[in-house]
Design a protein around this ligand. Structure first.
Ligand code: HAM
Length: 414
């Protein structure tokens, strides 16, 4: 029997990865321009890190963690997200009092029911700003997000935003919601009845009609959030509404327990049911919760698979490809030195070599097949004269003979 990959875990082939590389290179440039630096943390962490951060009552910890006992009988988990590990790393380095602008990328793992846009291994590229209190950092991160979306050509999306108040507001609202819903629990959808016990705030996210109906008369989050918080939220919307479709969404609570303050998501109709391609917010209490000192924290993560799904292939700049063809007798260090010199002279061009000793004719066929625009041919005659044939493969196949220096010049100016 053939061995298959695990459900919800995909292989990525070169043809898929072109878009990933495009996205990564755009993002790395933007992070650089915001003086935001990379951090790498392990894929495996103690399970406790996630139960104390993402939250015991969250779906992620409740039923989606990949947890197991290691050989030392310690419970460890594959990370379901990146923020908790970043905060753990900073606490461990005793740097909570400093300011940090960090980004990270890599695979995350959640044992979810796989469907379009939802995987058990997926990838995030995230940003965390640590040590910055509510205020300018919200504006800076939203500016960064708008710049990211614009630079990769994502224009048709909604920027949902909400303010969860401080931890106190969240707790009071939660109590009041539960006391409203409990007597009417049988009107809630089955799934939401379970949430009432485990994570009542998530009921606000429900897509079930019976629940939506009941919520119409439920206490509203905004009644528990201070005027100051509401004004701040409105100031953000004012600042960005001419640049994107930014909307306050009072039902936005997010699936991770650690948030307080501003939370947001970017959603696109093009994605179907799993429509969020970016999520984040402020989580000032997490450092304390994990045993560290107080540290203001805000960040976001992009779901790479979902963003890649939104990218239009046409926007990717196609690199020019040139075939490097050497007759069997001339394959030597010397001819490979010519290939190296060309690559050094212009690294933006793909120089394809056909690692075979086939005839020049068969290599030319391969060059055409893999869509080379030009071919450089070095046969016996050319090698003897220190020359190369430059052949245009696009139109009628015109060709010229060049000295090696002319060849380099031609290649630089492509
Ligand atoms: P999150 O909303 O759970 O937030 O995940 C961020 C993004 O990851 C989502 O918007 C989505 O695009 C993608 N994503 C999540 N689960 C899956 C899945 N199963 N398959 C495919 N894509 C998925 C966080 O993880 C927070 N740590 C973000 C954050 C950073 N908040 C503050 N700093």
């Amino acid at each position: 029997m053939k061995i298959q990959s695990l459900r919800g875990m995909s292989d990525l082939f070169p043809e898929n990865l072109a878009k990933w590389h495009f996205l990564e290179s755009k993002l790395f440039n933007i992070f650089n321009s915001f003086n935001t630096n990379e951090i790498r943390t392990p894929l495996l962490e103690s399970t406790e890190l996630f139960s104390r951060s993402v939250g015991n009552s969250s779906d992620i910890v409740n039923k989606e963690l990949y947890s197991f006992l290691d050989r030392n009988q310690e419970s460890i988990s594959l990370r379901p997200e990146g923020s908790a590990s970043v905060i753990r790393a900073i606490i461990q380095k005793k740097q909570e009092h400093e300011k940090h602008k960090l980004w990270y990328q890599g695979p995350m793992f959640r044992y979810e029911r796989p469907q379009k846009g939802r995987f058990r291994q997926f990838h995030q590229i995230g940003v965390e700003y640590l040590g910055f209190e509510e205020g300018v950092s919200e504006f800076e991160l939203i500016s960064m997000i708008l710049e990211i979306n614009q630079s990769i050509g994502i224009n048709d999306y909604t920027f949902k935003i909400n303010h969860l108040g401080d931890a106190h507001a969240k707790e009071n609202f939660c109590k009041s919601l539960v006391s409203f819903l409990k007597p009417n629990a049988n009107e809630l959808h089955e799934k939401d009845q379970l949430r009432l016990k485990s994570n009542p705030l998530r009921i606000l996210d429900s897509k079930e009609n019976s629940t939506i109906e009941l919520l119409k008369n439920a206490p509203k989050f905004q009644d528990f959030v201070s005027d100051e918080s509401k004004e701040f939220l409105e100031a953000i919307v004012d600042a960005f509404e001419d640049q994107c479709d930014i909307q306050i969404d009072q039902s936005l609570v997010r699936g991770l327990d650690y948030y307080t303050g501003v939370v947001f998501e970017n959603v696109s109709k093009e994605l179907g049911a799993q429509d969020a391609f970016l999520g984040g917010g402020r989580y000032d209490n997490l450092s304390k919760q994990l045993g560290g000192k107080d540290m203001h924290s805000i960040g976001f993560a992009i779901g790479v698979e979902r963003v890649v799904d939104l990218l239009k292939m046409g926007e990717l700049s196609q690199k020019i490809k040139v075939g490097f063809i050497v007759s069997a007798e001339q394959i030597s260090q010397k001819t490979y030195k010519i290939a190296n010199d060309l690559r050094l002279a212009n690294s933006s061009i793909i120089l394809e070599t056909f690692l075979s000793d086939g005839s020049i004719k068969s290599q030319l066929r391969k060059a055409n097949k893999c869509e080379c625009s030009f071919a450089i041919i070095i046969g016996d005659e050319e090698s003897k004269n220190k020359q190369a044939i430059w052949k245009d493969l696009r139109g009628d196949g015109g060709q010229e003979i060049l000295s090696l220096q002319e060849l380099i010049n031609q290649y630089i100016n492509l």
